[in-house]
Design a protein around this ligand. Sequence first.
Ligand SMILES: NC(=O)c1ccc[n+]([C@@H]2O[C@H](COP(=O)([O-])OP(=O)(O)OC[C@H]3O[C@@H](n4cnc5c(N)ncnc54)[C@H](OP(=O)(O)O)[C@@H]3O)[C@@H](O)[C@H]2O)c1
Length: 296
Amino acid sequence: MNLERAGEFRIGGDLPICRFGFGAMRLTGPGIWGPPTDLHAAQAVLRRVVELGINFIDTADVYGPGDNERLIRDTLAPYPARLVIATKGGLVRGGPATAQNPGMGTDNSEAHLRHAVEGSLRNLGVERIDLYQLHRVDPAVPIEETMGVLARLRDEGKIRHIGLSEVAVDHIERARSEVEIATVQNLYNLAQRKHDDVIDYCARHGIGFIPFYPLKIGDLADSEALKSLAAREQVTPALIALAWLFRRSPVIVPIPGTSSLDHLEENAEACRVTLTARDMETLDVLSRPQPEASGS
Ligand SMILES: NC(=O)c1ccc[n+]([C@@H]2O[C@H](COP(=O)([O-])OP(=O)(O)OC[C@H]3O[C@@H](n4cnc5c(N)ncnc54)[C@H](OP(=O)(O)O)[C@@H]3O)[C@@H](O)[C@H]2O)c1
């Protein structure tokens, strides 16, 4: 199967996963609110994820809220032995997301995080969460304090590994002064490379980097260079962008999301695309952030 070509990453050095994961967020209702409109279709996607050999699923307590975690439990439990489920906490939601309003706020207080972890344990139907990611840093709470809370939850046996989301290198360093950080999940793709420095930092320290929105490359999909590589490999430009992520760094674990069986199968094809050093150079030139023009 092509997925084997993606290789493996060990979360926290001891939890092996295939470097092609699945982001489950799309398996919720409109605005990431409530259960999916088509429950049977969503369950079919999750079952196929496992059949394909994908053993890393990403979710969060705010997807629903709760519905996405419960969907995973109701569809896949008792879980296959090697399946790793990552969830997140630290955000609160008051309603469906809209283009104008994501409908979310942060809460990294100890009371909230304890309540959130208990909820995720119950909703996922597990005794310990494989990877618990702080969804967003709360500006009202020093990250060191938040890491102290997560370290205690880990020591109590409720969490196995700790991750961060949407953070800069400075946050990661501060977090690591309190606890081991196994992964970082930031917005990153071929067209949005703001976190290049975070990836290089993660690679130096053996921290997994989970790029979210791996397919959201916007207008770059229309570039001739990308289209010609896509034609050569007989895939879509978005899949070339996915293949680029695999080669960008060995610590990268993409989690493309979909609610469609066809798209799921298609996305797995990215693992068979082999980009040469020259292709990587072409894509790098195409996508590298331009230096700011200096004012006169
Ligand atoms: N940490 C965070 O703050 C954060 C934020 C956002 C997301 N995430 C995580 O990252 C995961 C990935 O993000 P995402 O799902 O929003 O974005 P994505 O993986 O970049 O793209 C998903 C979108 O692309 C479409 N799509 C997928 N495969 C396709 C294909 N082969 N052809 C055409 N369209 C395709 C999907 O629609 P269809 O359903 O129609 O296929 C969906 O609209 C999420 O599921 C979630 O787990 C984390």
